[in-house]
Design a protein around this ligand. Structure first.
Ligand code: ATP
Ligand code: MN
Length: 289
């Protein structure tokens, strides 16, 4: 067993088993994951800061199509968590959880150390005293139904963009790194999560009304065939969405990536792999809201 020490923000973070392969198909190692997260820290942290983070971990890697690796969602911190990982207690209906806050680069390296590939966050932040704030963004999650894919999601995303613009919101598309897309808009903090979900629901209904052959706003899987499901319920306070610039635990190391509307409008739109994302970030390409 080997280990590598990484210098991050003047602190030393220890990475055990840096050569451990987490994505067998591409040979991507734990060190690659740590270096990816370190390099995207400046663009990822603003999306994740002060939000209670749910981690999705693949301790033995993502495996192969024939033999996928086991994964699990983890909310609560465990005793082995370094004391420098910022954290906050969140009160749920019948229990409390202590969540990590992805607030600095070394926490991103710790995530890689614990084989956390995916970082999931809600659309609201915690204030410094731990009180949940109203959401500061709205998300519409576009899921391709059977027989559709990313290009249908892109067409629907352009409709979402227009619908949001009509009520005065700029928006940002994010390819999810999995099958579909997310579209974000900035909120001013006046709406509760419930009100944000209501607004997203109204948008989904109105787009469905105008384009019933392309769009569905209800949850039922059987309704989705040949259509894109606009999931507005991701705005509920207990829901999370994968953080932009998070890796995905797919067979290949794809990423949830903010895109320009011009890219969404082009033929051949695809999900991006982490190396492509590193090249974009290095070139200063970081579409934002
Ligand atoms: P895709 O583009 O394939 O739909 P996605 O990340 O949008 O990828 P969804 O299944 O649409 O995946 O789920 C949306 C979000 O809901 C996820 O990003 C994740 O944050 C959250 N989520 C989904 N399933 C769970 C779960 N079992 N536990 C916790 N969060 C979940
Ligand atoms: Mn989705």
């Amino acid at each position: 067993m080997s280990a590598q020490e990484l210098e991050v923000d003047g602190a030393t973070v220890r990475l055990t088993n840096p050569g451990k392969v987490l994505y067998p198909e591409s040979g991507t190692t734990k060190l690659d994951v740590a270096m990816y997260y370190l390099q995207v820290a400046p663009v990822l942290l603003p999306w994740a800061k002060n939000r209670p983070a749910t981690r999705k971990r693949w301790v033995d890697g993502v495996g192969t199509e024939a033999c996928p690796g086991k994964s699990f969602f983890q909310k609560n911190l465990d005793a082995a968590t370094p004391e420098w990982v910022q954290r906050q207690r969140v009160h749920h209906m019948d229990h409390d959880n202590i969540y990590p806050l992805v607030n600095d680069a070394r926490t991103l390296v710790w995530l890689a150390q614990t084989a956390t590939l995916e970082i999931h966050v809600p659309q609201w932040k915690l204030a410094s005293d731990g009180v949940p704030q109203n959401p500061d963004r709205l998300v519409l999650d576009l899921d391709p139904g059977e027989g559709t894919g990313l290009s249908e999601c892109a067409a629907v995303a352009l409709l979402v963009r227009v619908a949001l613009a009509q009520i005065g919101f700029d928006s940002l598309p994010v390819t999810s790194g999995s099958k579909g897309m997310h579209v974000y808009a900035r909120l001013d903090g006046q709406k509760t999560s419930g009100e944000a979900a209501d607004l997203a629901h109204e948008l989904a209904l109105s787009i469905e009304h105008d384009h019933p052959e392309m769009v569905v706003s209800r949850m039922g899987k059987e309704l989705r065939r040949g259509k894109v499901f606009i999931d507005w319920s991701q705005n509920w306070p207990g829901k999370t969405t994968v953080a932009p610039y998070s890796l995905r635990g797919r067979m290949l190391p794809t990423v949830a990536v903010p895109r320009s509307w011009d890219e969404i409008d082009q033929v051949g739109l695809g999900q991006l792999a982490y190396r492509e994302v590193l090249a974009r970030v290095e070139a200063g390409i970081n579409p934002g809201l």
